[in-house]
Write a protein that binds this ligand. Structure first.
Ligand SMILES: Nc1ncnc2c1ncn2[C@@H]1O[C@H](COP(=O)(O)OP(=O)(O)O)[C@@H](O)[C@H]1O
Ligand SMILES: [Mg+2]
Length: 291
């Protein structure tokens, strides 16, 4: 008797396949982390170099002066730039020391302020005003380094979308109704069409032609990476956008006070789809609709 089709087909070991997919996902996630680290190194090297230049230039200026008051002013500038440079290195060293992926009660205000230390010069260079509305909120259950990475991704995207002279508003609030601590990143850039909005969380989706002069963007992995991180936090990432008005990304993280057992990072976290809203009338963070 001729063998049936089912007998001739190679058998697929589903367990093995699932294990391979999980391992590839883990490798991809590590590669994304390395790529983000590369961007971060670029950002901080520029930032640090800028402060060094200030120090060198004011030292030269001070050395040429015989007038004590002018020398004092130069010393003050050197001191200020030195302190800024020390802040940059302390944030980076802090991130490098804490490599844990563990979720723990985290003060998101500190995480936001540290992200701003790293992006301060970049925002100034592109003449972007950054307004911080950081309310006093309970700690969130989070990995500070990873949330800092998400914030940097969102802030750089906003900066690239706005171009020169725009405004970014960063808000930290407690959403008592949902029991979450929320970070909102609102920009007054060009916004996104529906067609773009539905694709932004896909890997390798980018409307940019490549990295900009600071070496950032164009890989299409930024928001995909953000989504992965927020999923492992059992949180949510939402976006609202109005063409011609701006975009608002909202990150919702668990309030550490409301979670009894601290959750450890898990790749099997429930995958809540990001919420996407195209809003033609509001300027960002008001109404939302799920697509
Ligand atoms: N704040 C924003 N305003 C307008 N468009 C945005 C914004 N953030 C992201 N986008 C769009 O989403 C796309 C995907 O973003 P991302 O995953 O970070 O990749 P990349 O920055 O490498 O293009 C961008 O190419 C851009 O079209
Ligand atoms: Mg990006």
């Amino acid at each position: 008797m001729a063998p049936s089709n089912s007998q001739t087909l190679p058998t697929i070991d589903q367990n093995n396949l699932a294990a391979q997919v999980a391992s590839l996902q883990q490798q991809l996630s590590k590669m994304q982390q390395m790529a983000s680290l590369g961007e971060l190194v670029g950002t901080t090297t520029h930032e640090f170099n800028n402060y060094l230049m200030t120090i060198i230039n004011y030292a030269k200026l001070g050395m040429r002066q015989t007038d004590q008051a002018a020398r004092d002013r130069a010393f003050q500038k050197i001191f200020d730039a030195g302190q800024k440079a020390a802040q940059v290195t302390s944030v980076i060293l802090g991130s490098a020391r804490n490599r844990s992926d563990q979720l723990e009660p985290t003060d998101l205000k500190v995480v936001i302020e540290q992200a701003m230390v790293l992006l301060e010069r970049e925002m100034r260079k592109y003449q972007i005003g950054v307004q911080l509305n950081l309310g006093s909120v309970p700690k969130a259950l989070a990995c500070g380094n990873q949330i800092q990475q998400v914030l940097i991704n969102l802030l750089v995207n906003a900066r690239q979308a706005i171009g020169s002279g725009g405004q970014i508003t960063l808000t930290l609030v407690e959403d008592k109704a949902s029991g979450t601590i929320d970070i909102r990143v609102l920009d007054d850039g060009p916004g996104m069409s529906n067609a773009v909005l539905t694709k932004i969380f896909e890997p390798q989706y980018s409307t940019k032609s490549g990295p900009d002069e600071s070496g950032k963007g164009g890989s299409g992995f930024g928001l995909y990476n953000c989504r992965q991180i927020i999923e492992t936090h059992h949180g949510k990432i939402r976006v609202e956008s109005s063409v011609g008005k701006g975009t608002c990304f909202i990150i919702k993280l668990q309030n550490a006070d409301k979670v009894k057992v601290p959750a450890i990072q898990s790749k099997t976290a429930s995958k809540a789809a990001p919420v996407i809203a195209a809003n033609e009338t509001s300027n960002g963070c008001s109404a939302q609709k799920t697509v």
